[in-house]
Design a protein around this ligand. Sequence first.
Ligand code: CUA
Length: 361
Amino acid sequence: MAQRVVKPKTNLGPGFWPVTALIAVVSAVMVYLVETSPLPIGLIQAGAPADSIDALFRFLGAIAAVILNIVVIYTIYFGIVFARPKGAPANTIGVQIHDAPVLEFWWTAIPTILVVILSIYSVKIWADLQNSKGDVLTVEAIGYQFGFQFRYPKVKGVLNEMHLPLNTPTTIHVTSRDVIHGFWIPELRMKADMVPGLINTIRVTPTVPGTYHIICSEFCGVAHSVMRTDVVIESQQDFAKWFSRQGGGTGSGGGGSGAGIAIDQGKADVGQKLFGQKCSACHSVGPFDQKQVGPGLGKIFNDPAHLKLVDGDAPTPQNVAKIIHDGFQGDIGVMPSAQVNQLSNPDIANLVAYLASLSKK
Ligand code: CUA
């Protein structure tokens, strides 16, 4: 059908190309500044992945600067050039543009391409972080109202200070004892929510010694603003000294910190209730391979396919109690300690009694 398409004459005003050139120049300057100026407030990069996160941040900043210039400068320019002529009626309507497929194509294509590029770049950085290999040290950080506690392998109990050795790829599992907190070390850029019942993981490799803040970044109550502590990043020698002062080191963690638990006083029916409240989110009562977050525990004491517990010990009640008490981290996953799960020693005895009753069936 022959249409009389009345194309409005393209009128960009007298100064369009000079203004476009101005946008190009201002954008180039801003991109240069975004990419090269030191970060504000002296936020140093104290380790990986601060560098890759900063690179992403600068890239986002550069693109945002260009978009800002295009939007703001053109808006001002067109606002001036196409202002209502003096004397024209107050309800004057400007030129209406319809059926401009070329224009529509580009204002759809350009943002789409931008979003795709940003997505690929971000996902790549995220994947690199999550898949970084060679965890040398694994630390647990537990948030509570209002502070942080830390658990180290082979150190009994929880510590109130965090030390990290230089140039050591470190995995930090974070969780919470009560409400949602945020674990944030600005100098390493990494941040993760600390959620009760959930373990989030961040991976860092500290490279610059110093004492930096760990800040709670999630509003968690009246004292949220003071919920912060320090992380000390130090040489591997200094870290080793600190670590041995905490009782860590050469295998001293063996010997069963669950030893004080009176296993024989456990009651299976009480344990069953407790299991429903504390354990069933992650563990089924089916066989080992019926995994949820962790393995099934229904046959923990008499599973011919798994003659050892996940920590390599024999499946005795005392050893099961020890895992519940100390928590566990390994290839299969991470289970927080009894302190994080808020289990008392009698609770543990009841749970062991319940698991034992399952294994008998
Ligand atoms: Cu914990 Cu805010």
